[in-house]
Design a protein around this ligand. Sequence first.
Ligand SMILES: O=P(O)(O)OC[C@H]1O[C@H](OP(=O)(O)OP(=O)(O)O)[C@H](O)[C@@H]1O
Ligand SMILES: O=c1cc[nH]c(=O)[nH]1
Ligand SMILES: [Mg+2]
Length: 209
Amino acid sequence: MSKVYVFDHPLIQHKLTYIRSKETGTKEFRELVDEVAALMAYEITRDLPLQEVEVETPLAKCKSYLLAGKKIGLVPILRAGLGMVDGILKLIPAAKVGHIGLYRDPDTLEPVEYYVKLPSDIEERDFIVIDPMLATGGSAVAAIHSLKKRGASNIKLMCLIAAPEGIERMQKEHPDVDIYVASVDEKLNEKGYIIPGLGDAGDRLFGTK
Ligand SMILES: O=P(O)(O)OC[C@H]1O[C@H](OP(=O)(O)OP(=O)(O)O)[C@H](O)[C@@H]1O
Ligand SMILES: O=c1cc[nH]c(=O)[nH]1
Ligand SMILES: [Mg+2]
């Protein structure tokens, strides 16, 4: 069974409140999502393996550390996942970025895949799939299936807000993928929106609707 980590860092929680607020306009929403994504990237990379190396300072040699292990690949789920990419790249600038385009059919709520472009060295990377919203879980489950089908194995899922229904579906279908969120909200409404949530993440990020 995968684990669910809720990032309760005060800065993340503070910014999330403004992200949720209906008074927050597109420009500010975008900036806040970017900032929270960077803070979440700091937390999610806490367990990256290190290797000991020797470095020579202007004064002496010493033992120090560099990141070891596989390189990172980020995979935003289009569109809304794009809003978190730059924030994460501020901390992991060498990450390669793949894209999986999915939209949720408004009637069936099932994901429809329309685009996939991933780094060519997929087997040499650990992946972080990014989407602000984990609602029914259909989109994240489909995106991760798509990624695994093409050879990815070590995958984490990072979202701003998750519904219990989405977490349950993810844990059933991808028990190997840990989930990192800023909040687990109460429930889904009849249209599959997270309550209280933040509304439609893609529309709020890009000013559509
Ligand atoms: O867990 P689910 O029930 O699948 O819902 C979550 C998905 O819905 C939203 O995308 P949307 O379909 O609105 O596409 P968009 O990002 O292009 O707006 C969101 O960004 C997730 O990808
Ligand atoms: O609450 C939700 C659910 C799905 N997609 C969103 O953008 N928001
Ligand atoms: Mg949307």
